[in-house]
Every structure is written in C-alpha cells, then in structure tokens.
Ligand binder design. Structure first.
Ligand code: HPA
Length: 268
C-alpha cells in the first residue's frame, strides 16, 4: 500500500529543484511560518496528486518549499485530520512526498488542550511520547512485516535535546509531555479528560499521532510541539470551542516559531 509521494514530489521538483532536509507540518496558529520562507515556491495541495484538502478553517492547504534560517525546508501548511474523512492514513501521500524530497526530519505542530495546571494556554509543549487509545492506526492494511513498527522512541531524543537547547537560547520555557490522540471532531468530555489524566497524558488533541506513525514508518526522525490553546474539558471555567483554539493558537505559536528558527539556525 503506497500513496502518490513519487508523483507529487516530481511536481514539486518541477516547481523548485533541490534536496530538502527538514519537513514541517504546520497546525493551527503556525501557518504564518510558511509566509516567512525565503525563496519560497508554493504549490496548492489541489495541484498535488493524492493530497487532501483540509476543510478546517485556519488551515491553509499548500506545500511551501524554500529555506528558513538557511536550511532547505518543505512545509506542509495545513493538514487533513482523521475526523474529516475517517481515514487514518489521509496524510500518507504528503509524508511520502517529504521523504521523496529528501527530508530526514519531520517537525509536526498542533493545537492541544492541556491536562496539567502547570502548562497553561499560550504555552508551547514539546511532545515526548503519545497515547493512541483510538483503535485507529494508519498502518492497518499494510501487508509486510514493516507494519510491526517500533514506537519505543518515536519522538527523537536528539531532536528534543536540540529543541530544548534552542528554547533556552531564545529565553522561552518549553514544557514537555505526553500527547493523547482523540479522534474528534467533538471535544472530549470531562470524564474522558479525567481518563486521559489517569492514563498519563499531559495534553490532548485531534491530530499528529497518525502522521508521526507514518513518518516513523517511512524512516524519518520526528519531533512534535503543541501550542496549548485551552485547558481540557472540565478543567477550565468555560466550555471549549474551535473559536478559542483559533484565537489562542497564535500565542504559543509565536514562541514555537522563535524556538524553531533557533533550532534551524543551529542546524545550518
Ligand atoms: N481537545 C482536543 N483537541 C484540541 C483541544 C482540546 O482540548 N484544544 C485544541 N485542540
């Protein structure tokens, strides 16, 4: 089972040639980083074979190639989520495309709800592990033994150390924790949030986990950072809304952008 990564990578190469080292998946609030890419060429997802077009407001749908802090990057500005189609491997072709374009490292970002008093809305959180309690997996249907993927160190320890170092250099606090994937699109109930806390989660969200599994499956090293937009259901006085996610995401995202720029600068 493969997607259309080769075909899409050819289309991108025809638009801008080159090898790219780092691939980034930009979630809510981070989209502006794609506008800062130097020598950028933008390819709308609708021109790329096998790419999904996200229906979520605040998500663009374009692939951007160029450099950031001197590092050749491919940016997926906007992702499709499981809840849009019911397909956990909806991001297969985009990730294959990054791999084909030479990316060895994937940095995923997302918006998430915090389950921890000490990690408040507006903070970035570096993901150090995940819980997939959903019963879904993008590798279901894979036919050979590569499907028995080891996720013991899915979130690369070296990359986490480099991101922590970058955060210190730019004077930003960077909490670390476990991200638990819920399918969405409804938010969790307070009882589900208590369950997530009991299971050891520090944050919850509706994305990233399927992409991390696919990226590891394709042999890429992965780091992921959440922008915390709210406390989990029942942990804050008011209810949850997508408007709040959109309003709050840029706060943590501004900090994540600083950290990512410092991280890339150190890599250049
Ligand atoms: N739950 C799930 N997804 C989210 C949340 C949340 O609380 N906040 C932002 N994305």
């Amino acid at each position: 089972m493969t997607g259309f990564g080769k075909e899409s990578a050819e289309i991108v190469r025809a638009a801008r040639s080159g090898e790219y080292k780092v691939g980034m998946i930009l979630g809510s609030g981070l989209g502006s980083l794609a506008t800062e890419v130097e020598g950028a060429v933008r390819v709308p997802y609708c021109r790329l074979t096998g790419f999904p077009v996200s229906s979520v407001t605040a998500h663009a749908s374009e692939l951007v190639v160029g450099t950031l802090e001197g590092v050749p990057v491919v940016i997926l500005s906007g992702r499709a989520h499981y809840y849009e189609s019911g397909n956990p491997s909806i991001m297969r072709t985009p990730l294959e495309t990054l791999k084909e374009l030479g990316c060895e490292i994937i940095i995923a970002t997302n918006a998430a709800g915090s389950l921890r008093e000490s990690t408040q809305p507006g903070s970035p959180m570096l993901i150090n592990d995940h819980i997939n309690w959903s019963g879904m997996n993008p590798l279901i249907g894979e036919e050979d033994e590569s499907r028995f993927l080891d996720l013991s160190s899915a979130y690369d320890a070296d990359l986490r150390a480099q991101l922590n170092k970058a955060a210190t250099e730019v004077g930003e606090d960077l909490d670390e924790g476990v991200y638990m994937w819920f399918s969405g699109p409804s938010f969790e109930t307070p009882a589900e949030i208590r369950l997530a806390q009991t299971l050891g989660a520090d944050a919850v969200g509706m994305s990233t986990v399927p992409e991390v599994i696919l990226a590891r499956f394709l042999g890429m090293r992965v780091a992921a950072i959440s922008t915390i937009t709210n406390m989990g259901a029942g942990l804050q006085a008011h209810g949850l809304s997508h408007d709040e996610t959109k309003e709050m995401a840029p706060l943590g995202a501004a900090k994540i952008k600083k950290i990512l720029r410092a991280f890339l600068k150190n890599m250049a």
